[in-house]
Design a protein around this ligand. Structure first.
Ligand code: AMP
Length: 414
């Protein structure tokens, strides 16, 4: 099956075409055929496409909405000159998988999209006002472009965390608020954490129920996940992605009293304070320079900028704190796995985050740590480290494609 995997943001559309079927999944032989990104939808859009084995294509042209963006990428995919060999028309795309951020309590695994599912995702807008509307734009666009015959599947970021026990997912606020409004921790990046668990068990040749790891997804958004017996037992993001670790522009853990205090002192509305906590905090807020860790490392290495270093140190310290907390919560873990932009590339953050954790059995091999960058996968812990430390490049699209294939074929989901 040729599966189109879509990840739509408010003004962006990211896609991959992945060829897979049940046998290919079993053998790990799924093939990524092409990928692309359209940014700044709504104005002069920036477009970049790449077909495996062919060159890269970059351009800029006005694109007014997600439907036009989808048509643009499909035209390119099926073009005999630029496109994918074997895909001659959109009828050669057999299913579409959508990354969908918030499934609420209702969706604990991936589902085929129909009117009722769309209605439920719309109902969850309350819980994910920043994320579900752009996801829906992708779903509406794909339904219009492909029509009813091509099956579409929603894969939820929250689903992997649906196994969290009540004592992990509840906030210590009146229980009625959970009952009435479903105020609770849902967690995000579930597809990424699930992939890390999957890769770890392949690397270690284990069955799923033997996966006891702490997965650290450290990108612009960042979250930690305690995976015990193959299931998420706790995660650092909450009802929204604002909670937990420090991030590029999000504050992470925060005393809620601060919200009222800022609103009062700055004479701001609640929305303005939330905007500040989502968009002007984290690495950006502390450094006053940028949300981008690579640039902060440069600022520190080249110019010894004190606040750049402070932001880096705070980020790493919070990662370390969550490793310690989850070790305690899980009663020990066999491995810590780093992933996403920072986790896959920043030897500095990984070194700082693991510093002083020898008492927990975590010891890095500096040489391996420095070498494991740029999409490499492997161990970075010392031979005598009791707990293994891995870098595993994430691949959410693969999980999306596989789930889409399984749902369409009515095969059991893992
Ligand atoms: P993501 O959201 O997963 O794309 O991750 C983005 C984050 O990864 C940004 O803070 C980037 O600066 C960071 N990142 C990407 N490459 C590197 C690198 N080579 N060194 C340090 N940080 C990096």
């Amino acid at each position: 099956m040729n599966i189109l995997v879509l990840n739509t943001g408010s003004s962006s559309l990211k896609f991959q075409i992945i060829r897979t079927d049940l046998e290919m999944i079993e053998k790990g032989e799924d093939e990524m055929l092409a990928k692309g990104l359209i940014e700044r939808i709504g104005s002069q859009a920036l477009i970049s496409y790449q077909v495996v084995g062919k060159g890269q294509y970059k351009s800029a042209s006005p694109i007014k909405d997600h439907k036009q963006a989808l048509n643009h990428c499909l035209a390119w995919i099926v073009d005999p000159n630029t496109g994918i060999p074997g895909i001659e028309g959109i009828e050669d795309i057999h299913a579409v998988g959508h990354r969908t951020v918030h499934g609420g309590e209702q969706f604990t695994s991936s589902v085929r999209i129909d009117d009722a599912v769309i209605k439920s995702i719309e109902d969850n807008i309350d819980l994910a006002p920043l994320h579900n509307p752009p996801n829906l734009k992708g779903i509406y666009a794909a339904r219009e472009v492909f029509g009813p015959k091509v099956p579409q599947v929603a894969v939820f970021d929250t689903a992997f965390h649906s196994t969290m026990p009540e004592l992990s997912f509840l906030y210590a606020i009146p229980y009625q608020l959970y009952r009435r409004f479903k105020i609770r921790k849902y967690g995000f990046h579930g597809t990424s954490h699930r992939y890390i668990g999957y890769r770890y068990r392949k690397l270690e040749n284990l069955s799923r129920d033997k996966v006891n790891i702490i997965s650290m997804h450290l990108g612009n958004g960042a979250s930690a996940c305690a995976i015990k017996n193959g299931k998420s037992m706790d995660t650092s993001m909450g009802m929204s992605p604002l909670d937990g670790l420090m991030m590029g522009t999000r504050c992470g853990d925060l005393d809620p009293q601060v919200v009222e205090f800022i609103a009062h002192k700055e004479n701001s509305t609640l929305e303005e304070v939330l905007q500040l906590l989502n968009k002007r905090s984290g690495l950006l807020g502390i450094s006053g320079l940028t949300h981008d860790l690579r640039d902060l490392e440069l600022e520190w290495n080249e110019y010894k900028d004190r606040r750049a270093k402070l932001a880096i140190d705070m980020f790493a310290a919070r990662v370390r704190k969550y490793i310690g907390a989850y070790m305690a919560e899980m009663g020990g873990a066999d491995a810590v796995c780093f992933t996403a932009g920072i986790g896959e590339n920043s030897a500095m953050i990984r070194r700082e985050a693991c510093e002083g954790l020898e008492f927990l059995g975590i010891k890095l091999d500096d040489k391996l740590n420095n070498e494991m960058i740029g999409g490499k996968e492997g161990l970075i812990s010392a031979k005598d480290s009791k707990v293994k430390v891995y870098v595993i490049p994430t691949n959410e699209e693969l999980i999306l494609a596989r789930d889409t294939c399984r749902v369409v074929l009515n095969a059991p989901l893992p």
